[in-house]
Write a new protein. Structure first.
Lengths: 187, 270
């Protein structure tokens, strides 16, 4: 019963390692494949709410451990202007919201319409990055939408979305091996 | 609600409360542990990135030649830096001599490091270098380019690799002065997107500052973060705001082509 969720956590850790090998595509809007968030999203569609919360917590924790910038302040008299950055743990909340989004169409996913979930991963990644961008601006104090930001976020979302069928396929394989049923069953 | 989901929700909320109430030192410790754990992977990841870049550029070098070239480039960059510092020290020395002051000069001991990854984050402007706490690197150590220009400071030292926060990041601040004037302010990074050249702003200048394009901006050594007299860039434009003046700065470092950087291992003043 617990084999599949444990395997998912293992896959999450693997994706964390894999993420280190995926550079930005300088030739295409600096887009990058966000494999760790993708595993959280795809995994969320295959488990219960409790599993999704666990995935979101672990995924967000790992993501922030790498992404949150903690800047040491100098003398306050000289460095009087605030340099706050996003609080450690913010990704957990964003991942959870994305997870609930994926859970929202879980009945369709269980009915075999996995492609809708795959499309939704792209939408969720776009929303996630857009909110993250706005939050950064809000914390630092500059609400500006730079030219090219939408392209960069859009390209990243598309690239990540294109990898989602492979992640779903992998999850189905793991589920088969673990004896876990993902597809819809009438009660 | 199912009992399992309810329990999971309670645990999730408890976890969130724990994470959001972590002290800064605890978060730093978590990040350091994480970073140390993935250090070897980052080095390999950096190699993959470098390999991909090399492939795209269709540059073909034999490994031996490349190794020798890297070594030579590193040495050349190191000598360039030493020459740049020597020039700055000579100028300082002349000034001191002119003032008949024989104070002890400040000294830099630099540690060369190779950039293993550029822009590992989606938004944050950082690089990763192949030196870490094993080589004595510590948080907030100053990082220079081969031309002596300011690159940033160590943000997260791992065992074998370290993350460097570039001065072009939005959360970076550097106390700076404008050459030939009494103007001081804070240099902050500006938000940019793909393909856009990094930009800096010098804030909190006086409204009646007389600044011209091309004037040089240096660190002023205040605030305990950066040593004095490290080049940051040159003034491109000056605008007068309602309270303060602000200048656009062209960085002295080409951030897109950083290969070797130098960490100031220690600095001792007078």
């Amino acid at each position: 019963m617990l084999l599949y969720p444990i395997s998912l956590i293992g896959l999450l850790l693997l994706s964390c390692i894999l993420q280190q090998f995926l550079p930005a595509l300088g030739t295409w809007y600096d887009a990058r494949l966000l494999i760790l968030p993708l595993v959280v999203l795809c995994g969320s569609a295959t488990v219960s709410t409790a599993g999704m919360l666990t995935l979101a917590f672990l995924g967000g924790f790992l993501w922030d451990a790498q992404q949150v910038l903690l800047v040491e302040q100098g003398d306050e008299i000289v460095y009087h202007s605030s340099t706050d950055s996003l609080k450690f743990g913010y990704s957990i909340i964003l991942y959870t919201l994305m997870g609930f989004l994926m859970q929202g169409i879980r009945p369709l996913f269980q009915a075999g319409k996995w492609y809708l979930s795959a499309i939704l991963t792209g939408v969720a990644i776009f929303l996630y990055l857009f909110v993250e961008y706005l939050l950064r601006g809000f914390i630092i104090g500059g609400f500006s939408l730079e030219n090219g930001m939408v392209e960069q976020i859009g390209a990243t979302s598309i690239l990540t979305m294109m990898a989602s069928p492979f992640v779903f396929w992998l999850l189905f394989r793991i589920a088969d091996l673990c004896g876990h049923t993902i597809s819809y069953q009438k009660r | 609600m199912k009992p399992l989901n309810f329990v999971a929700l309670l645990l999730f909320i408890a976890g969130l409360v724990w994470v959001f109430t972590l002290s800064e030192s605890s978060v730093r410790q978590i990040q350091k542990s994480y970073y140390s754990a993935i250090s070897p992977i980052i080095s390999k990841g950096g190699e993959t990135e470098a390999f991909a870049n090399d492939f795209v550029k269709e540059v073909e070098h034999s490994k031996d030649l490349e190794k020798k070239l890297t070594q030579t480039s590193s040495e050349r960059d190191r000598f360039r830096l030493i020459a740049a510092r020597a020039w700055a020290l000579e100028t300082e020395n002349n000034e001191l001599r002119a003032a008949l002051d024989f104070k002890k000069k400040s000294k830099f001991d630099v540690l060369p490091a190779r950039v293993v990854r550029r822009q590992p984050q989606m938004w944050g402007k950082t690089i990763e270098i192949n030196r870490g706490s094993e080589k004595g690197l510590e948080n907030s150590m100053c990082v220079l380019a081969s031309n002596g220009g300011l690159v940033g400071r160590i943000q997260l030292p791992g065992d074998e690799v370290s993350s460097v926060l570039l001065i072009t990041d939005e959360v970076s601040q550097v106390s700076a002065k404008v050459e030939g004037t009494t103007e001081v302010g804070l240099v902050v990074g500006r938000r940019t997107t793909y393909g856009e050249a990094p930009r800096l702003r010098l804030r909190y200048l006086s409204k009646n500052a007389i600044l011209r394009k091309g004037m040089k901006v240096y660190t002023d050594g205040r605030g305990d973060l950066f040593p004095a007299d490290i080049p940051i860039g040159t003034i491109e434009d000056f605008e007068v705001g309602p309270v303060y003046g602000e200048a656009e700065i062209l960085p002295s470092v080409n951030f897109s082509n950083l290969q070797t950087v130098f960490v100031i291992a220690y600095s001792s003043g007078d």
